[in-house]
Write a new protein. Structure first.
Length: 190
């Protein structure tokens, strides 16, 4: 049996692709957003496979600034497709991740920004996973609240989420622990 779809939003920059600073000046480079590498090799194609298998509904979020060439949304879609995620849904917005999560009835938002994660858990019913390779003690107390799970990498995040969606009787204790860790509801059965 498969679980019903989970509605998941994933921030592109800092999670799947490197975060770009103003000093990088993407505005002057033709289709700049298509030139980025992945933070973790094959993370996008791995996500695509797991999302298809688990029937996750995925939307990619970004607040990228315009660059020369095509619009940010199209560049981001082409980047995701080139990395292995077909037909990606990309939403470009500088707005609150919490309001987006509430409006789209998301279950989970994965982000590299502590502020975005706090916004998600305070402005919506969604949970948040913060991808934070640094020292957790450097995070504000708000970012370390129980509704926000913290992983060192996107790969670690995918490992845990994959385990949550495929319970088996012999591993029930492990999956229950992962569900509690990430604050996720048990997968509904079709």
């Amino acid at each position: 049996m498969r679980s019903l779809p989970r509605r998941i939003a994933i921030e592109l920059d800092g999670v799947l692709a490197p975060a770009v600073s103003e000093a990088d000046q993407p505005g002057h480079t033709e289709n700049f957003w298509e030139t980025l590498s992945e933070n973790e090799p094959n993370a996008v194609s791995r996500l695509a496979g797991i999302a298809a298998d688990r029937r996750w509904e995925v939307i990619f979020l970004t607040r990228r600034t315009p660059s020369a060439g095509d619009i940010v949304q199209v560049q981001s879609q082409r980047w995701l497709e080139a990395k292995g995620f077909t037909l990606p849904c990309v939403y470009v917005t500088p707005g609150s991740r919490g309001r987006i999560a509430a409006a789209l009835h998301l279950d989970l938002v994965i982000d590299a920004s502590p502020d975005n994660c706090v916004s998600v858990v305070t402005e919506s019913d969604a949970r948040a996973i913060l991808v934070w390779p640094g020292d957790r003690s450097s995070l504000s107390p708000d970012a370390r609240r129980p509704e926000i799970s913290i992983t060192k990498s996107f790969g670690e995040c995918l490992d845990a989420l994959s385990a949550v969606d495929v319970p088996s009787p012999q591993d029930a204790g492990v999956f229950a622990w992962v569900r509690r860790l990430f604050g996720l509801r048990q997968a509904r059965q079709a």
